[in-house]
Design a protein around this ligand. Structure first.
Ligand SMILES: Cc1cc2nc3c(=O)[nH]c(=O)nc-3n(C[C@H](O)[C@H](O)[C@H](O)COP(=O)(O)OP(=O)(O)OC[C@H]3O[C@@H](n4cnc5c(N)ncnc54)[C@H](O)[C@@H]3O)c2cc1C
Length: 486
């Protein structure tokens, strides 16, 4: 036995070498604990149980534990980091999930500063390639940018001028009149050329990680505004810089800084509010009793947990309807392409965007995005080659690396893209705690909703709400700026 907690519960050291490897925290391995007698159901207590060990969960746990709150993180997967996952390909660190960060994303940049991490600039392509009604067009990257900018100006039209005047974090306030609409609705009703439509379809299907017909116009409007309402600003903020060494470096730094317990391979199936506190039950029948629970799992996985009492109105609707991303990201190592390229295709194409990520002699690594994960089998190199060839006919595919985030039971989608009407009808409610239950995660962020930054923002908020609840105060609404919907 390695440790008996203050409630007398015995714990033993987790013997899982890759987790130890992964965390590179040899001196702090005692933090990774499993209850003794795993396999038989057991119960344990903590002040706060955090469900999910992505950025939201580990930031909440760090904040709480650094203030002396006894915190345990229950994570379904056998690793931390959630929808971020750094891997090595041909000597390059690649990200299968969340990758890019920026100094206009205040929460993640504060973490980068706090741990003294470095940023790595992604390549700036010199050639643009785009598909319009089956016709492949190529030119200097600046030509592609100019065409996209012109199309975006028409697309956003006058409303954006009005919305730009509003410096509000309230989801509902500036946009309720637009929140019924999808990107496709706007494409269909704006005076655009075929080329404009093809370019915007590729751009928004990439940003929304789904077809334009299901992507919320308002979700995309927020990207646009947060990026400073310029194409350069949005591209820099969402695709310009990565953390040197990978997002795993930041995960490790946060975990090493905190003083909380982590249970890997521990899927939660039930969350039950009791007369005092809350009970969390896992798939193996173990239970954890705590004063407060912070649930940070992705929106599209929430229906897998049995909440008792059932989640209230807007939260229940969010869990039922989920968020809309259903696309793919792949890392493709290829040869035969001499230039650094940015390529776009409409949302009907298996790949809506291909971008050079690194160049290594005659080879390069490209990041590919697509609107539907079910449209292309990424393990079939011939199918991938056929899709790439419509944009880069000369490419020779060497290797493809990806993760099926949509099929994965712990994500059921990629980054959060709130569905039409959810910004005005659901977003603010998601941030309100229900008794001892607090909801966090990228879907609940006020600012960069759907990003690493938003996950961190939500973890900070959840920790604040949890401390408030532990102090016996109602953890009231936490919307930073609330207004009356128009
Ligand atoms: C392909 C892809 C590309 C992306 N690109 C970017 C990008 O470039 N920049 C950016 O900022 N963001 C990007 N994102 C989004 C970013 O990765 C996420 O917004 C962020 O990581 C979400 O963190 P989170 O903690 O809210 O959720 P998650 O990281 O999903 O963490 C939730 C955790 O809960 C666990 N879990 C789920 N169900 C259970 C259960 N029942 N019991 C216990 N644990 C459970 C999951 O395993 C997971 O670890 C991308 C995401 C993907 C998938």
């Amino acid at each position: 036995m390695d440790y008996v907690d203050p409630e007398g519960t015995p714990w033993t050291r987790l013997r899982w070498t890759s987790a130890i490897d992964r965390l590179r925290l040899i001196g702090r391995v005692h933090r990774l604990l499993i209850p003794q007698g795993k396999g038989e159901s057991m119960s344990s207590t903590a002040d706060v149980v955090v469900i999910g060990g992505g950025f939201a969960g580990i930031v909440a746990a760090r904040e709480l534990s650094l203030r002396g709150v006894r915190t345990v993180v229950l994570e379904g997967r056998d690793r931390l980091g959630g929808r971020t996952w750094s891997r090595e390909v041909a000597g390059h660190t690649v990200e299968l999930g969340g990758a890019w960060v920026h100094w206009t994303q205040p929460h993640v940049f504060a973490e980068i500063s706090r741990y003294g991490l470095e940023l790595l600039q992604s390549p700036t392509p010199d050639v643009g390639t785009w598909l319009v009604n089956g016709d492949l067009r190529t030119g200097p990257k600046q030509q592609l940018t100019t065409r996209l900018e012109s199309a975006l100006k028409k697309f956003w039209g006058a409303e954006v001028g009005e919305v730009n005047q509003l410096h509000s974090l309230d989801w509902a306030m500036p946009v309720s009149s637009l929140d019924q609409l999808t990107v496709q609705d706007r494409l269909d009703t704006t005076d655009l050329t075929d080329e404009d439509k093809a370019l915007l379809s590729g751009l928004f299907a990439t940003m929304g990680c789904g077809p334009c017909s299901s992507t919320s116009l308002v979700a995309m409007l927020r990207w646009w505004l947060l990026g400073g309402a310029t194409l350069d600003g949005v591209v820099a903020a969402t695709g310009g810089y990565k953390i040197r060494g990978g997002t795993g470096v930041l995960v490790d730094a946060i975990v090493a800084d905190g003083d909380f317990e982590v249970q890997l391979s521990t899927a939660v199936t039930r969350v039950e509010q009791m007369s005092q506190g809350i009970r969390v039950t896992t798939r193996t029948g173990d239970s954890y009793t705590a004063k407060v629970a912070v649930c940070t799992i992705p929106l599209n996985t929430m229906s897998a947990i049995d909440f008792s009492p059932a989640l209230s109105g807007a939260k229940a609707r969010a869990a039922r309807e989920g968020q809309s991303s259903c696309g793919l990201k792949a890392v493709i190592r290829l040869a035969g392409v001499a230039e650094q390229v940015s390529a776009f295709a409409p949302d009907t194409h298996p790949f809506t965007d291909l971008e050079t990520d690194w160049v290594d002699g005659a080879e390069q690594g490209m990041i590919a995005f697509g609107a539907r994960a079910d449209r292309l089998d990424l393990s079939d190199l011939d199918a991938v080659a056929a899709a790439v060839h419509t944009l880069l006919p000369q490419a020779e595919i060497l290797e493809v690396l990806s993760h099926d985030w949509v099929g994965d039971e712990y994500s059921r989608g990629t980054w959060t893209v709130l569905r039409p009407t959810h910004a005005t009808q659901i977003a603010a409610d998601l941030q309100r705690s229900e008794g001892p239950l607090i909801i966090a995660g990228d879907a609940t962020a006020s600012l960069w909703n759907g990003f690493i930054d938003g996950a961190i923002e939500s973890g900070l908020r959840a920790a604040r709400q949890a401390r408030s609840a532990l102090d016996g105060n109602a953890a009231g609404p936490e919307v930073l700026c609330e207004g009356t919907p128009r």
